[in-house]
Design a binder for this molecule. Sequence first.
Ligand code: LRH
Ligand code: MN
Ligand code: MN
Length: 390
Amino acid sequence: MSERKLAAVKSALASQRIETPSWAYANSGTRFKVFTQAGVPRTPQEKIDDAARVQLHTGVAPVVALHIPWDRTDDFAALAAYARQRGVRTGTVNANVFQDDDYKLGSVTHPDPAVRRKALDHLMECVDIMDATGSRDLKLWFSDGTNYPGQDDIRARQDRLAEALCTVYERLGEKQRLVLEYKLFEPAFYSTDVPDWGTSYAHCLKLGPKAQVCVDTGHHAPGTNIEFIVAFLLREGKLGAFDFNSRFYADDDLMAGAADPFQLFRIIYEVRAGGGLDPEAGIAFMLDQCHNIEPKIPAIIRSVMNVQEATAKALLVDREELAKAQCAGDVLAANGLLMDAYNTDVRPLLADVREELGADRDPMAAYAASGWASRITEERIGGQQAGWGA
Ligand code: LRH
Ligand code: MN
Ligand code: MN
């Protein structure tokens, strides 16, 4: 590769920003058991302290996403200031209208207007929080749906959803956005009100330019071509955010790049091809994961590194040669160019990028040697649960 191309690859890698989720630092589990770990954060401030460690070692994770009310505090402006003092900032505000008894039959699509009002009030409160923290993005994921045919009117639920989204959209400030996340199923097992990218896209299109789609990589049917969805949404200017994680079966929330690093590469290649790696494109590259059995901070560091590795490989694809092969209908040469990039060991390149950023060449080893894990184990007694199975 020419010096010029290498410099461009390095600069793209150095400018990448990966947002880590506050809830990944806290205890979590499945619906069968929440395993507690020693030293997990007890407060939003301690989650930020852990996020700052990930940033310290990787140099590309300076943003931490909040989940409300899991990150409840009486002064969000102070929380944002606390984050800045630690070299990170608070990012996406994730709403939570899925953990209240009132939401058994839905939140914004509930048949009872009083429950809808309660859910909407929470969404509006999340925008107030964004104003206080200076956050750009409101992430909306609705667990709303039904378990049985006939349980509720599918079409009426879409009307209620559209009405709530419209009200929130109008409340957004000039520089704020909402990103609408979809998920095929769970917790609803028959119909889900935002089950796929098409539903999210259709709502966002009607709402306007400040509404975009969030692609959580764990939220599709097995075998779905996620990179196609990414390419399509980018082309339409409607790809707002990623929730990266990996899965073997459903919404497993395992470390990004752990189950299928080749899929992650294919997804990020489409992001690159569509211009989405340019920070100006405004795409939020978030992780959304739970570390139920593995130590959390190193798992998050590993996930950040996995996203970086997929990005480096995507950047190595020789787009000019690829275009020639595609034009010539040379199927094997075109496929070979992608595979050559994917099969390159990018770890030395990323070590150099990290060093140039003032971070650690080997973030996993640096974290292990830092003593942070034993310090928090001693200092933090009675860590907080992220929210599941509470
Ligand atoms: C739903 C989801 C959504 C929630 C998060 C905790 O499965 O992906 O993003 O906010 O999990
Ligand atoms: Mn998600
Ligand atoms: Mn999920």
